[in-house]
Design a protein around this ligand. Structure first.
Ligand code: NAD
Length: 294
Protein backbone atom coordinates (compact mmCIF):
# COMPACT_ATOMS: atom_id res chain seq x y z
CA UNK A 1 0.00 0.00 0.00
CA UNK A 2 1.28 3.47 -0.80
CA UNK A 3 1.03 5.68 2.22
CA UNK A 4 0.51 9.38 1.64
CA UNK A 5 1.33 12.15 4.08
CA UNK A 6 -1.21 14.56 5.49
CA UNK A 7 1.59 17.11 5.54
CA UNK A 8 0.59 19.66 8.18
CA UNK A 9 3.81 21.61 7.84
CA UNK A 10 3.37 22.24 4.11
CA UNK A 11 -0.34 23.00 4.42
CA UNK A 12 0.30 25.38 7.33
CA UNK A 13 2.80 27.31 5.19
CA UNK A 14 0.23 27.61 2.40
CA UNK A 15 -2.54 28.83 4.74
CA UNK A 16 -0.16 31.24 6.48
CA UNK A 17 0.66 32.68 3.07
CA UNK A 18 -3.05 33.21 2.42
CA UNK A 19 -3.50 34.93 5.82
CA UNK A 20 -0.40 37.10 5.28
CA UNK A 21 -1.81 38.21 1.91
CA UNK A 22 -5.06 39.23 3.56
CA UNK A 23 -3.20 41.14 6.31
CA UNK A 24 -1.09 42.96 3.70
CA UNK A 25 -4.26 43.96 1.87
CA UNK A 26 -5.92 45.21 5.08
CA UNK A 27 -2.93 47.22 6.23
CA UNK A 28 -2.44 48.67 2.71
CA UNK A 29 -6.01 49.96 3.01
CA UNK A 30 -4.96 51.76 6.21
CA UNK A 31 -6.41 49.33 8.77
CA UNK A 32 -4.42 48.17 11.77
CA UNK A 33 -3.12 44.59 11.81
CA UNK A 34 -5.01 41.87 13.72
CA UNK A 35 -3.72 41.45 17.28
CA UNK A 36 -3.39 38.11 19.08
CA UNK A 37 -2.38 38.06 22.75
CA UNK A 38 -1.34 35.13 24.92
CA UNK A 39 -1.22 34.80 28.69
CA UNK A 40 1.20 32.33 30.24
CA UNK A 41 1.40 31.61 33.97
CA UNK A 42 4.56 29.96 35.30
CA UNK A 43 7.47 28.56 33.32
CA UNK A 44 6.47 25.09 32.10
CA UNK A 45 8.89 24.24 29.27
CA UNK A 46 6.31 22.83 26.82
CA UNK A 47 3.91 25.74 27.43
CA UNK A 48 6.71 28.27 26.83
CA UNK A 49 7.57 26.53 23.55
CA UNK A 50 3.90 26.56 22.44
CA UNK A 51 3.51 30.26 23.25
CA UNK A 52 6.82 31.10 21.50
CA UNK A 53 5.60 29.22 18.39
CA UNK A 54 2.28 31.08 18.43
CA UNK A 55 4.13 34.40 18.75
CA UNK A 56 6.47 33.50 15.88
CA UNK A 57 3.61 32.46 13.61
CA UNK A 58 1.68 35.64 14.44
CA UNK A 59 4.64 37.72 13.33
CA UNK A 60 5.09 35.65 10.17
CA UNK A 61 1.59 36.55 8.96
CA UNK A 62 1.91 40.22 9.96
CA UNK A 63 -0.23 40.11 13.11
CA UNK A 64 0.59 42.15 16.17
CA UNK A 65 1.36 39.79 19.02
CA UNK A 66 1.75 40.29 22.74
CA UNK A 67 2.55 37.88 25.52
CA UNK A 68 1.58 38.44 29.16
CA UNK A 69 4.05 36.43 31.26
CA UNK A 70 2.91 35.94 34.84
CA UNK A 71 4.81 34.21 37.68
CA UNK A 72 4.01 30.74 39.02
CA UNK A 73 2.67 32.38 42.23
CA UNK A 74 0.09 34.52 40.38
CA UNK A 75 -3.24 34.41 42.20
CA UNK A 76 -6.52 33.51 40.55
CA UNK A 77 -7.71 37.07 41.25
CA UNK A 78 -4.68 38.59 39.48
CA UNK A 79 -5.22 36.35 36.47
CA UNK A 80 -8.92 37.26 36.35
CA UNK A 81 -7.94 40.95 36.40
CA UNK A 82 -5.60 40.41 33.43
CA UNK A 83 -8.40 38.65 31.54
CA UNK A 84 -10.77 41.50 32.32
CA UNK A 85 -8.19 43.93 30.93
CA UNK A 86 -7.76 41.89 27.72
CA UNK A 87 -11.55 41.49 27.34
CA UNK A 88 -11.90 45.28 27.36
CA UNK A 89 -8.87 46.32 25.28
CA UNK A 90 -10.28 47.29 21.85
CA UNK A 91 -6.85 46.82 20.22
CA UNK A 92 -6.73 43.11 21.07
CA UNK A 93 -8.88 40.95 18.80
CA UNK A 94 -8.34 37.62 20.46
CA UNK A 95 -6.33 36.03 23.24
CA UNK A 96 -5.52 32.66 24.69
CA UNK A 97 -4.64 31.57 28.20
CA UNK A 98 -2.04 28.84 27.82
CA UNK A 99 -3.02 25.65 29.67
CA UNK A 100 -2.30 23.92 31.98
CA UNK A 101 -2.47 26.52 34.75
CA UNK A 102 -0.81 26.05 38.17
CA UNK A 103 -2.85 23.80 40.49
CA UNK A 104 -4.06 26.64 42.78
CA UNK A 105 -5.96 28.26 39.88
CA UNK A 106 -9.38 26.96 38.83
CA UNK A 107 -8.95 26.44 35.07
CA UNK A 108 -12.65 26.38 34.21
CA UNK A 109 -13.26 29.59 36.18
CA UNK A 110 -10.54 31.27 34.12
CA UNK A 111 -11.90 29.96 30.81
CA UNK A 112 -15.40 31.12 31.78
CA UNK A 113 -14.08 34.65 32.32
CA UNK A 114 -12.79 35.00 28.73
CA UNK A 115 -15.12 37.03 26.50
CA UNK A 116 -16.61 34.63 23.91
CA UNK A 117 -15.92 37.30 21.26
CA UNK A 118 -12.17 37.08 21.97
CA UNK A 119 -12.02 33.35 22.77
CA UNK A 120 -9.93 32.33 19.74
CA UNK A 121 -9.10 28.99 21.40
CA UNK A 122 -12.84 28.23 21.34
CA UNK A 123 -12.81 26.90 24.93
CA UNK A 124 -15.59 28.98 26.52
CA UNK A 125 -18.99 27.37 27.19
CA UNK A 126 -20.60 29.85 24.77
CA UNK A 127 -18.37 28.84 21.85
CA UNK A 128 -18.59 25.12 22.67
CA UNK A 129 -22.39 25.46 22.83
CA UNK A 130 -22.50 27.29 19.50
CA UNK A 131 -20.25 24.66 17.94
CA UNK A 132 -22.53 21.82 19.09
CA UNK A 133 -25.55 23.70 17.70
CA UNK A 134 -23.72 24.24 14.40
CA UNK A 135 -23.81 28.03 14.83
CA UNK A 136 -21.07 30.45 13.82
CA UNK A 137 -18.38 30.27 16.54
CA UNK A 138 -14.71 29.92 17.27
CA UNK A 139 -13.94 26.22 16.89
CA UNK A 140 -11.15 24.87 19.17
CA UNK A 141 -7.87 25.07 17.30
CA UNK A 142 -6.73 21.43 17.26
CA UNK A 143 -10.06 19.93 16.11
CA UNK A 144 -10.34 22.73 13.55
CA UNK A 145 -6.83 21.92 12.31
CA UNK A 146 -7.72 18.22 11.93
CA UNK A 147 -10.85 19.16 9.93
CA UNK A 148 -8.78 21.48 7.73
CA UNK A 149 -6.24 18.72 7.03
CA UNK A 150 -8.96 16.24 6.03
CA UNK A 151 -10.81 18.81 3.90
CA UNK A 152 -7.83 20.33 2.12
CA UNK A 153 -6.36 16.92 1.29
CA UNK A 154 -9.73 15.86 -0.11
CA UNK A 155 -10.14 12.88 2.21
CA UNK A 156 -13.49 11.21 1.62
CA UNK A 157 -15.38 11.30 4.94
CA UNK A 158 -19.11 10.89 4.17
CA UNK A 159 -20.46 7.67 5.66
CA UNK A 160 -17.00 6.60 6.85
CA UNK A 161 -16.53 5.14 10.29
CA UNK A 162 -14.35 7.49 12.31
CA UNK A 163 -13.04 6.24 15.65
CA UNK A 164 -11.69 8.89 18.01
CA UNK A 165 -9.54 7.75 20.93
CA UNK A 166 -9.82 10.36 23.70
CA UNK A 167 -12.70 12.48 24.99
CA UNK A 168 -10.95 15.62 26.27
CA UNK A 169 -12.76 18.95 26.00
CA UNK A 170 -10.04 20.39 23.77
CA UNK A 171 -9.49 17.54 21.28
CA UNK A 172 -11.47 14.29 21.41
CA UNK A 173 -14.97 15.54 22.20
CA UNK A 174 -15.04 18.50 19.78
CA UNK A 175 -13.39 16.63 16.88
CA UNK A 176 -15.94 13.81 17.28
CA UNK A 177 -18.73 16.37 17.16
CA UNK A 178 -17.36 18.16 14.09
CA UNK A 179 -16.71 15.02 12.05
CA UNK A 180 -20.22 13.67 12.72
CA UNK A 181 -21.86 16.82 11.37
CA UNK A 182 -23.13 17.72 7.92
CA UNK A 183 -20.20 18.43 5.64
CA UNK A 184 -18.05 15.62 7.07
CA UNK A 185 -20.90 13.15 7.68
CA UNK A 186 -18.81 10.48 9.43
CA UNK A 187 -20.29 7.85 11.70
CA UNK A 188 -18.29 8.49 14.86
CA UNK A 189 -17.33 6.26 17.78
CA UNK A 190 -15.64 7.87 20.80
CA UNK A 191 -13.30 5.66 22.84
CA UNK A 192 -11.79 6.55 26.21
CA UNK A 193 -10.02 5.13 29.24
CA UNK A 194 -13.04 3.00 30.24
CA UNK A 195 -13.68 1.56 26.77
CA UNK A 196 -13.74 -2.24 26.58
CA UNK A 197 -12.10 -4.04 23.62
CA UNK A 198 -10.44 -0.88 22.31
CA UNK A 199 -8.50 -2.63 19.54
CA UNK A 200 -11.67 -4.31 18.26
CA UNK A 201 -13.22 -0.87 17.78
CA UNK A 202 -10.16 0.87 16.35
CA UNK A 203 -9.75 -1.95 13.79
CA UNK A 204 -13.15 -0.92 12.38
CA UNK A 205 -12.01 2.66 11.76
CA UNK A 206 -11.79 4.05 8.22
CA UNK A 207 -10.49 7.20 9.90
CA UNK A 208 -8.68 6.85 13.22
CA UNK A 209 -8.06 9.98 15.30
CA UNK A 210 -5.73 9.36 18.22
CA UNK A 211 -5.69 11.91 21.07
CA UNK A 212 -4.84 9.83 24.07
CA UNK A 213 -1.66 11.36 25.43
CA UNK A 214 0.34 8.10 25.66
CA UNK A 215 3.52 7.71 23.62
CA UNK A 216 3.29 5.18 20.77
CA UNK A 217 0.16 3.59 22.28
CA UNK A 218 -1.46 2.65 18.96
CA UNK A 219 0.22 -0.33 17.33
CA UNK A 220 -0.27 -2.15 14.01
CA UNK A 221 -2.70 -4.72 15.46
CA UNK A 222 -5.13 -1.86 16.30
CA UNK A 223 -5.40 -0.45 12.78
CA UNK A 224 -7.40 -1.49 9.72
CA UNK A 225 -5.32 -1.70 6.53
CA UNK A 226 -5.98 1.35 4.34
CA UNK A 227 -7.15 3.56 7.23
CA UNK A 228 -6.61 7.32 7.40
CA UNK A 229 -4.63 7.97 10.57
CA UNK A 230 -4.53 11.26 12.47
CA UNK A 231 -2.08 11.30 15.37
CA UNK A 232 -2.65 14.25 17.71
CA UNK A 233 -0.17 13.17 20.39
CA UNK A 234 2.98 15.12 21.16
CA UNK A 235 5.66 13.76 23.48
CA UNK A 236 9.27 14.71 23.98
CA UNK A 237 11.58 11.77 24.55
CA UNK A 238 15.27 11.98 25.34
CA UNK A 239 17.51 11.39 22.34
CA UNK A 240 21.24 11.99 22.72
CA UNK A 241 21.72 11.85 18.93
CA UNK A 242 19.72 15.10 18.56
CA UNK A 243 21.28 18.52 19.02
CA UNK A 244 18.60 19.63 21.51
CA UNK A 245 18.73 16.26 23.36
CA UNK A 246 15.20 15.12 22.53
CA UNK A 247 12.91 14.06 19.71
CA UNK A 248 9.17 14.39 19.37
CA UNK A 249 6.94 11.33 19.01
CA UNK A 250 3.18 10.83 18.88
CA UNK A 251 0.51 8.55 20.30
CA UNK A 252 1.05 6.10 17.42
CA UNK A 253 3.95 3.74 16.74
CA UNK A 254 4.50 5.14 13.26
CA UNK A 255 7.30 2.76 12.25
CA UNK A 256 4.87 -0.18 12.21
CA UNK A 257 1.52 1.54 11.61
CA UNK A 258 2.28 3.96 8.76
CA UNK A 259 2.93 1.33 6.04
CA UNK A 260 -0.60 -0.05 6.59
CA UNK A 261 -2.36 3.29 6.14
CA UNK A 262 -3.61 5.19 3.11
CA UNK A 263 -2.92 8.58 4.72
CA UNK A 264 -1.09 9.53 7.93
CA UNK A 265 -0.20 12.70 9.83
CA UNK A 266 3.49 12.65 10.73
CA UNK A 267 4.70 13.66 14.21
CA UNK A 268 6.07 16.28 14.25
CA UNK A 269 4.69 18.19 11.26
CA UNK A 270 1.12 16.88 11.16
CA UNK A 271 -1.62 18.22 13.43
CA UNK A 272 0.63 20.60 15.43
CA UNK A 273 1.26 23.21 12.68
CA UNK A 274 -2.45 23.21 11.78
CA UNK A 275 -3.37 23.93 15.41
CA UNK A 276 -1.37 27.15 15.30
CA UNK A 277 -2.75 28.11 11.89
CA UNK A 278 -6.32 27.58 13.17
CA UNK A 279 -5.60 29.97 16.00
CA UNK A 280 -4.47 32.55 13.45
CA UNK A 281 -7.60 31.96 11.35
CA UNK A 282 -9.79 32.43 14.43
CA UNK A 283 -7.96 35.66 15.27
CA UNK A 284 -8.51 36.99 11.76
CA UNK A 285 -12.18 36.13 12.13
CA UNK A 286 -12.38 37.94 15.51
CA UNK A 287 -10.66 40.94 13.91
CA UNK A 288 -13.13 41.03 10.98
CA UNK A 289 -16.04 40.79 13.40
CA UNK A 290 -14.76 43.61 15.60
CA UNK A 291 -13.95 45.82 12.57
CA UNK A 292 -17.42 45.31 11.12
CA UNK A 293 -18.95 46.56 14.40
CA UNK A 294 -17.02 49.85 14.30
P1 NAD B 1 -6.11 14.34 27.81
O1 NAD B 1 -5.13 13.69 28.73
O2 NAD B 1 -6.93 15.46 28.29
O3 NAD B 1 -7.13 13.21 27.27
C1 NAD B 1 -6.70 11.94 26.92
C2 NAD B 1 -7.91 11.08 26.63
O4 NAD B 1 -7.46 9.76 26.33
C3 NAD B 1 -8.90 10.98 27.79
O5 NAD B 1 -10.18 11.34 27.32
C4 NAD B 1 -8.87 9.51 28.18
O6 NAD B 1 -10.17 8.99 28.49
C5 NAD B 1 -8.30 8.83 26.97
N1 NAD B 1 -7.49 7.67 27.37
C6 NAD B 1 -6.50 7.65 28.28
N2 NAD B 1 -6.02 6.38 28.40
C7 NAD B 1 -6.74 5.62 27.55
C8 NAD B 1 -6.71 4.25 27.20
N3 NAD B 1 -5.86 3.39 27.78
N4 NAD B 1 -7.58 3.79 26.27
C9 NAD B 1 -8.45 4.64 25.67
N5 NAD B 1 -8.51 5.97 25.95
C10 NAD B 1 -7.67 6.44 26.88
O7 NAD B 1 -5.29 14.70 26.50
P2 NAD B 1 -5.58 15.79 25.33
O8 NAD B 1 -5.43 17.16 25.89
O9 NAD B 1 -6.79 15.43 24.56
O10 NAD B 1 -4.28 15.50 24.43
C11 NAD B 1 -4.01 14.25 23.84
C12 NAD B 1 -2.64 14.27 23.21
O11 NAD B 1 -2.64 15.24 22.18
C13 NAD B 1 -1.49 14.66 24.14
O12 NAD B 1 -0.34 13.94 23.75
C14 NAD B 1 -1.30 16.13 23.87
O13 NAD B 1 0.03 16.56 24.14
C15 NAD B 1 -1.60 16.19 22.41
N6 NAD B 1 -2.09 17.50 21.91
C16 NAD B 1 -1.57 17.92 20.75
C17 NAD B 1 -2.02 19.09 20.17
C18 NAD B 1 -1.47 19.51 18.86
O14 NAD B 1 -1.56 20.66 18.49
N7 NAD B 1 -0.89 18.57 18.09
C19 NAD B 1 -2.98 19.86 20.82
C20 NAD B 1 -3.53 19.39 22.01
C21 NAD B 1 -3.08 18.18 22.56
Amino acid sequence: MTTQLLDGKALALQIKDEIAGEVRRLTAEGHRAPHLAAVIVGSDGASMTYVANKEKSSHEVGFTSSVYRMGEGTSEKQLLETIEFLNNDPDIDGFIVQLPLPKHIDEQKIINAISPEKDVDGFTPVNIGRMVLGEDCFVPATPMGICTLLRRYGIETAGKHCVVIGRSNIVGTPVANLLSRKGFDCTVTICHSRTHNLAELTRQADILVVAIGRPEFVTADMVKPGAVLVDVGIHRVEDSTKKNGYRVIGDVKHSEVDPMCSWVTPVPGGVGPLTIVSLLENTLKAYRRSMSKR
